[in-house]
Design a protein around this ligand. Structure first.
Ligand code: PXG
Length: 442
């Protein structure tokens, strides 16, 4: 292994790190240098078991040669091609490959470069769709408390994360929110989907009564809320939301940036829950995290609505310089082939019981107030230290890294979402070390 550079404090200053406590990190850096399979390695050669698939994205595991080779081939062949009014084969091939995974009825794919861009794209498609149908009064967007839809102005507006909202002004007008579904007094220690809470979807009726359906364009939710602490939908909740959206002519958008590509044991969360939305946003697992890329899947009805008017007119006035970037498409195609060949989308289902047992084995450990699981997602909610929200879980995160496991914390909730290639021995190691960490965390 080549020697890794060591940085002194001054050399760490220039990079303003995203969603990071910069001063804390730079005082005590946690650096990663390489990755393979289920592991990262630090610059000094210490292995770290990846409990979060990088950041919910490396679903097929690290260092996949097929992806590296496809990217190298494509970058040598044609590093860039304009996506507007021009085409290239990998873009069409990847769209077809993604359609193969989509629930019936969703069969068109618009490419972006991230989850945030996918969310803004889906919201814009929803608005323009209603206008194209002559219902341009439908401009209101409905999100959910404790939703996370990335960092664009559209996404933070429909999202329900207080820090994203309080720092950045008044955001988009004409947005309302459903209540979140998290309720420890009703649902603590649920295994899989909690039993209580489907009725919370009926709050949409209240918003319709307040605003009138003719003003509402779309409802956007994550099937499982990830970033705000792994909030699993109550049984029947998403079905109810679907029924109400259909009843009122409102588009339903599933933000599947984390639930897409096998996380729940089916290609998308939509199939897992048996609920088909009108639009699906995705990113992360689309390219196994190797090259940034996102996408929005749309129903035939939505796509066809746009395909009218003069043939030379651009139907959707939207796109990015790097939409369907050929190198990202190559990474995406190689990724889809791996998912298919290795049967990775049923993997989460196969190991889900073992995973659930491991998650719930932490019951009774210090500070633990809830344990949640679904597919290959797990969460450990900790009692916050009075007056210091987030401090306890952050301490656990640092201890975990030192103990050789990468976990993710949000507030006082630990989230786990390993690569889908995880084996039982890795599950044992992950939860064995996490249990030790929790015992040691003050
Ligand atoms: N929607 C959802 C549901 C997401 O989880 C985004 C949109 C935005 O994607 P981009 O690619 O623009 O970051 C996400 C991102 C975490 C964590 O700790 C999760 C995300 C991002 C950062 C942290 O769980 N997901």
């Amino acid at each position: 292994m080549p020697a890794q550079p060591q940085f002194d404090r001054a050399e760490l200053e220039a990079f303003w790190m995203p969603f990071t406590a910069n001063r804390q990190f730079k005082a005590r850096p946690r650096m990663l240098a390489r990755a393979s399979g289920m592991h990262y390695w630090t610059p000094d050669g210490r292995a770290v078991l990846d409990g979060v698939a990088g950041l919910w994205c490396v679903n097929a595991g690290h260092g996949r040669k097929e992806i590296t080779e496809a990217v190298s081939r494509q970058i040598a062949e044609m590093e860039y091609a304009p996506p507007f009014q021009m085409g290239h084969a990998p873009a069409f091939e990847l769209a077809n490959a993604v359609v193969e995974w989509l629930p019936d009825g969703l069969d068109h794919v618009f490419f972006t470069n991230s989850g945030s861009e996918s969310v803004d794209t889906a919201l814009k498609i929803a608005l323009a769709y209603h206008r194209a149908r002559g219902e341009g009064t439908r401009t209101r967007l409905i999100g959910r408390e404790r939703g996370y839809h990335g960092v664009g102005f559209g996404g933070i507006s429909v999202g329900g994360m207080v820090n994203n909202r309080k720092w950045f002004g008044t955001q988009l007008p004409g947005v309302d929110h459903l209540p979140h579904t998290h309720n420890l007094s009703q649902n603590a220690y649920s295994r899989g989907e909690p039993a209580w809470g489907a009725h919370l979807a009926d709050e949409l009726e209240r918003l319709v009564a307040l605003h009138d359906a003719s003003t509402i364009a779309a409802v956007i939710v994550e099937p499982v809320a990830g970033s705000t602490g792994v909030l699993i939908p109550p049984t029947g909740y998403l079905q109810r939301l679907r029924e109400l959206c259909t009843k009122h002519g409102i588009l339903l958008i599933f933000d599947e940036v984390i639930t897409g590509f096998g996380r729940l044991g089916s290609p998308f969360g939509s199939q897992h829950f048996g609920v088909t939305p009108d639009l699906i946003t995705m990113a992360k697992g689309l390219t196994n995290g190797a090259i940034p890329m996102g996408a929005v899947a749309a129903s035939k009805g939505i796509y066809d609505t746009f395909m009218q008017g003069p043939e030379n007119a651009i139907e959707l006035f939207h796109g990015y310089t790097y939409s369907a970037h050929p190198v990202a498409c190559a990474a995406g195609l190689a990724t889809q082939q791996i998912y298919k060949r290795d049967g990775l989308f049923t993997r989460a289902r196969e190991i889900a019981d073992y995973w659930a047992d491991a998650v719930h084995s932490l019951k009774g450990l210090p500070h633990v107030i809830d344990l949640r699981n679904l597919g290959l997602i797990g969460a450990v909610e900790l009692e916050p230290i009075a007056g210091k929200p987030g401090a306890r879980a952050f301490d656990a995160f640092v201890r975990a890294f030192e103990a050789g496991i990468l976990i993710r914390v949000t507030g006082d909730i630990i989230a786990l979402s390993p690569p889908l290639i995880i084996e039982r021995t890795h599950v044992d190691e992950l939860f064995g070390k996490l249990a030790d960490v929790l015992r040691a965390t003050p």
